[in-house]
Design a protein around this ligand. Structure first.
Ligand SMILES: Nc1ncnc2c1ncn2[C@@H]1O[C@H](COP(=O)(O)OP(=O)(O)O)[C@@H](O)[C@H]1O
Ligand SMILES: [Mg+2]
Length: 147
């Protein structure tokens, strides 16, 4: 696991532009294999963060990064290898993850929204970033942790 927190406070209160800056900073140090779990309720900014992270990893600020709500996974080619973006909200059973290329994905950079759907299948080496409501509607709290 090469994802490190060194460029990150463990607890951050961020506007959306600051969230994107944090994603850009994280992207600088992210190498495969890395597994990043994005937790938090609907509308808390998981996709916004993932989009900024993927754009930085790809080196394409305008890259189209749709929410994988219905496809469950989108894969991006970057100079750091493939980057997998999962949204497991609609996963019907944890084991269904294996039909989505999960085992291959784990050799690479993986970003997962709604990792709770994996239950016991969450790899223990993952790192999590939890999004909660901020002190006003334009801010969010970000908290680093283990799954
Ligand atoms: N500080 C913030 N960080 C992230 N998103 C924010 C923030 N403030 C407002 N927003 C808005 O909240 C919404 C987050 O949506 P999204 O990223 O799709 O959430 P999720 O993937 O967690 O369901 C967007 O409309 C975004 O513009
Ligand atoms: Mg989302």
């Amino acid at each position: 696991m090469t994802l490190s927190q060194e460029s990150f406070e463990t607890h951050l209160h961020v506007s959306e532009p600051a969230l994107h800056d944090a994603a850009a900073k994280l992207a600088q140090n992210l190498k495969p294999p890395s597994l990043l779990l994005l937790k938090g309720d609907l509308g808390m900014g998981k996709t916004s963060f993932a989009r900024a992270l993927i754009r930085n990893l790809a080196g394409e600020p305008e890259l189209i990064v749709p929410s994988p709500t219905f496809t469950l996974v989108q894969i991006y080619d970057t100079s750091r290898g493939p980057v997998y973006h999962f949204d497991l909200y609609r996963l019907t059973a944890a084991e269904q993850i294996y039909d989505l290329g999960w085992e291959d994905a784990l050799d690479h950079i993986v970003i997962v929204e709604w990792p709770e759907r994996l239950g016991d299948l969450i790899p223990p080496h993952a790192q999590s970033l939890t999004f909660t409501a901020g002190d006003d509607s334009d801010h969010r709290w970000l908290t680093w942790g283990r799954p």
